[in-house]
Design a protein around this ligand. Structure first.
Ligand code: DOR
Ligand code: ZN
Length: 346
C-alpha cells in the first residue's frame, strides 16, 4: 500500500510573490500547498508603508484563484528612513505581521535597504514593544568579504550586537544557510528563530557548478559547503520550535536567470512540500514534519495553526517543466524541473 502522510495544512513563512503577470503565474502553486504565506516586500518600488502594503495585499487578493483559500501575511521593507509611527499603525491595524531588513544591496531589489542597522533603532524599538518579528536577510554586503562567509560575518558583526541591544525582539534569521546560523538560533532565546528553504536542504555549493554553471541554482544566500547543508537538515528535522518552513521561492523569468549577469533566486513553489517531505523521509523524521511545516511558524508568529489538513502520498511525482508567464512570452524554470520526486501532495 502506498504510504501517505496527513498533516495540518502548512504555511510558507518566506515567499516572493512579485506582482502583475508574474504573480498571477506563480500564486496558484503556493495557494495549492499553503494556507498562508509571508509575502516579501522587495518589489520595485518596495513595499515600505502601510498604504503600500494594503494596496499590494489588494492586488494579491484579486489574483487568488477562485474557490482557493489563501491568506497573504504582509511585511514592510525596512529603510533607513522608515517612519516608526506608520509601522506602528500598520501593526495595530493588523496589516503587517513582520518587518524585513535587507542590508542595502545584499540581494535582488534591496537597493533601498538598510545601510546601518543603528539608523533603524526607533523602528526596532516599536517592533520589540509590539512583539512584531524582525525578519533579516543575514548577509553583509561588503564585497571584500567572501560570498560564502557573508552569513557568518553578518551574525558576528550585526546580529549579535543587534539582538543584544534589543534582547526581547523577535528575530527570524531568514533562509539560514550555515551551521553558524543554526548554532546562533539554537543558542538564542525563545525570541530567535530561522526559516529553512527546500533548496538549501538539497543542494550544496558544488551543485551550482556540476558539469557547468547552473544559473537556476543560484540564490542568495548562496548554497554553502556540505557540512552546512547537513547542519540545516539536522536543524529542520530536529522538531525544535525555532526552525520552520520558509521556501524563499523567488521566481525570475528565464531570460533574467540565463544572462550575462543572472538574478539570484530559486523558484521552488510548485514542489516545495514534496521536496521537504522527501528530506524528512530520508532523515527518518516524518513524525516531525508537521511541527516544522505547520506548527512552529504560527507559534512563533503568535497566530493560530490552520484547521484544514493536507495529505501527501509516496506515489512519486515529477517536478514540472517550464511554466509560462502569460503575456510576456517569458517562462519560469522550477527547481528540480523534470526530476522525479518521491512524494506528491494529493
Ligand atoms: O535568491 C534570492 N532571491 N535571495 C533573496 O534574498 C531575494 C530573492 C529574490 O527576490 O529574487
Ligand atoms: Zn527571500
Amino acid at each position: 500500500m502506498t504510504e501517505t502522510l496527513t498533516i495540518t495544512k502548512p504555511d510558507d513563512w518566506h515567499l516572493h510573490l512579485r506582482d502583475g503577470d508574474l504573480m498571477r503565474a506563480v500564486l496558484p502553486y503556493t495557494a495549492a500547498q499553503f494556507a498562508r504565506a509571508i509575502i516579501m516586500p522587495n518589489l520595485v518600488p518596495p513595499v515600505v508603508t502601510t498604504e503600500d502594503a494594503k494596496s499590494y495585499r489588494d492586488r494579491i487578493f484579486s489574483s487568488i484563484p477562485e474557490n482557493v483559500d489563501f491568506t497573504p501575511l504582509m511585511t514592510a521593507y525596512l529603510t533607513d528612513n522608515t517612519d516608526p509611527e506608520d509601522l506602528r499603525a500598520g501593526i495595530s491595524e493588523k496589516v503587517f505581521v513582520g518587518v524585513k531588513m535587507y542590508p542595502a544591496n545584499a540581494t535582488t531589489n534591496s537597493a533601498h535597504g538598510v545601510t546601518d542597522w543603528r539608523k533603524t533603532e526607533r523602528v526596532l524599538a516599536v517592533l520589540e514593544e509590539t512583539n512584531t518579528p524582525l525578519l533579516v536577510h543575514g548577509e553583509v554586503t561588503d564585497q571584500d568579504v567572501d560570498i560564502f562567509d557573508r552569513e557568518k560575518v553578518f551574525i558576528d558583526e550585526i546580529l549579535l550586537p543587534l539582538s543584544k541591544k534589543f534582547s526581547t525582539l523577535k528575530i527570524v534569521l531568514e533562509h539560514v544557510t550555515t551551521k553558524d546560523g543554526v548554532d546562533f538560533v539554537k543558542e538564542g532565546g525563545k525570541n530567535i528563530a530561522a526559516t529553512i528553504t527546500p533548496h538549501h536542504l538539497v543542494i550544496n555549493r558544488n551543485e551550482i557548478f556540476r558539469g557547468g554553471i547552473r544559473p537556476h541554482l543560484y540564490c542568495l544566500p548562496i548554497a554553502k559547503r556540505e557540512k552546512h547543508r547537513l547542519a540545516l537538515r539536522a536543524a529542520a528535522v530536529s522538531g525544535k520550535e525555532c526552525f520552520f518552513l520558509g521556501t524563499d521561492s523567488a521566481p525570475h523569468p528565464i531570460s533574467s536567470k540565463e544572462s550575462e549577469c543572472g538574478c539570484a533566486g530559486i523558484f521552488n513553489a510548485p514542489t516545495a512540500l514534496e521536496i521537504y517531505a522527501q528530506v524528512f523521509d530520508e532523515e527518518n523524521a516524518l513524525d516531525r514534519f508537521e511541527k516544522f511545516a505547520s506548527f512552529n511558524g504560527p507559534n512563533f508568529y503568535n497566530l493560530p495553526v490552520n484547521d484544514h489538513k493536507i495529505t501527501l502520498s509516496k506515489q512519486g511525482s515529477e517536478s514540472p517543466d517550464l511554466i509560462e508567464i502569460s503575456s510576456t512570452g517569458d517562462q519560469l524554470m522550477p527547481f528540480l524541473s523534470g526530476k522525479e520526486l518521491a512524494w506528491k501532495v494529493i
